[in-house]
Design a protein around this ligand. Structure first.
Ligand code: AMP
Length: 401
């Protein structure tokens, strides 16, 4: 069966057509600047040259229509007919406490997802626009929702409750949900498979270090704690997000800077993290590390704090699981930056961790980067959220028959 995986943002739509048997990608691409002037479709199929088509896209419906036309295009396409698409798998960000796994999308599921919109106002409504567009254009094709929060629904109460009046949890479901779940699930499972070990008896820490970043403790195949919280703002220092801060800072800043709470939250989301710590410097990690190498003090303080926070979380999650067998690095920075991996590992000598400098030179492929004598196995595992969504989609659709 071919699964079309859709990841819909507010002005973009990423897609991948994956053969669920061979797990190979037949075509992939992105619609950019949807609803904005200068929209374009980037399409890449089966080893053929990438094409970029500038074409107006007023809304997501038009974007999905263009993707479907490209997939069956006699020259650049890979399908004869749209019937060959057995199912569509949608990345959905927030499923609250309602979804602990992938689900067949029905009117009720859309409604329940909409009910979580105020927990992820930037993501959920955009995700659902993609769902509606696909349902309209492919009414007979099953649609499956795969939530970023689902993998973390196994967290125990002591990990997901905040130290707040309990009535806020009861009334508003304020708690830790966690994100990047599809990535943490894929990477931890892949690590066990690569090491030929039983997933259900390993203690794994996954460091997903991209523009957004989170760390998860996976014990015996289940997420038991994760660094992002009710929203993706908590936890690590990220490209533009602050991660953990003292919540009292918010009121203090509203007074000192004469700003509203919403304005401060916007600063915490978009102008903090690596950008903010460098006084408006770059958010792209490659630029930050160039500036570090050149000895720029704003980059030095930023990277030191960035690495320190990761090491601190690894320590916390080792304690939470009473040990750790495997630490995995993934996403743009985790997969590519030997510098970050090496400097995080410098903090972890107490765990008996030793990094193999040569192996640590790896970029973007599954590899063990610790020495044979290291007490904990450290690995690079490139994430593949689209494949995980295709696998979950296949599982749900097969369960229907
Ligand atoms: P992601 O959100 O997973 O796409 O990751 C984006 C982050 O990965 C950005 O900060 C990029 O600068 C960083 N990144 C991508 N490629 C590299 C690379 N070759 N070396 C270091 N960082 C990289």
């Amino acid at each position: 069966m071919k699964v079309l995986v859709i990841n819909c943002g507010s002005s973009s739509l990423k897609f991948q057509l994956i053969d669920s048997i061979t797990e190979e990608t037949a075509a992939k691409g992105i619609c950019e600047r949807i609803g904005i002037e200068g929209s374009r479709l980037v399409f890449e199929a089966d080893g053929r040259e990438k094409t970029v088509t500038e074409i107006p896209m007023d809304d997501h419906l038009k974007a999905v229509q263009l993707v479907l036309e490209a997939l069956i295009d006699p020259v650049k396409g890979v399908l004869k007919h749209l019937d060959e698409i057995g199912a569509v798998g949608h990345r959905l960000v927030h499923g609250g406490e309602k979804f602990a796994g992938a689900v067949l999308i029905t009117d009720e599921v859309i409604e329940a997802t909409e009910a979580c919109n105020d927990l992820a106002p930037l993501h959920n409504p955009a995700n659902l626009t993609g769902v509606r567009a696909c349902r309209e254009l492919m009414p007979a094709t099953p649609m499956v929702g795969v939530y970023d929060t689902a993998f973390h629904q196994t967290m125990p109460e002591e990990a997901y409750l905040y130290g707040l009046p309990y009535e806020y949890y009861e009334k508003y479901r304020i708690r830790r949900y966690g994100f990047h779940g599809t990535s943490h699930a894929y990477v931890s499972r892949r690590a066990a498979e690569f090491l030929n070990k039983d997933y259900d008896s390993l203690k794994i820490i996954v460091c997903h270090l991209g523009n957004g970043a989170s760390i998860t403790a996976v014990k015996n195949g289940k997420s038991v704690d994760t660094s992002m919280g009710m929203t993706p703002l908590e936890g690590l220092i990220m490209g533009t997000r602050s991660g953990d801060i003292d919540p009292a800072i918010i009121e203090y800043l509203t007074e000192k800077e004469d700003k509203t709470v919403s304005e401060i939250i916007e600063i915490l989301n978009k102008k903090s993290g690596m950008v903010g710590m460098q006084d408006g410097g770059p958010s792209d990690f490659r630029d930050v590390s160039e500036a570090y190498k050149a000895g720029r003090p704003e980059a030095v303080r930023t990277l030191k704090a960035y690495i320190y926070r990761i090491a601190k979380y690894i320590g916390a999650y080792t304690a939470a699981m009473n040990g750790v067998d495997v630490i995995c690095f993934t996403a743009g920075i985790g997969e590519n930056s030997s510098f970050v991996r090496e400097h995080v590992a410098d903090y972890l000598g107490y765990l008996g961790i030793e990094i193999d400098q040569e192996a640590n030179g790896v970029r973007g492929k599954d590899k063990i980067i610790s020495t044979a004598g290291s007490k904990v196995t450290v690995m690079v595992i490139p994430t593949n959220e689209e494949l995980m969504i295709a696998r979950d989609t296949k599982m749900v659709v097969e369960g229907m028959s």
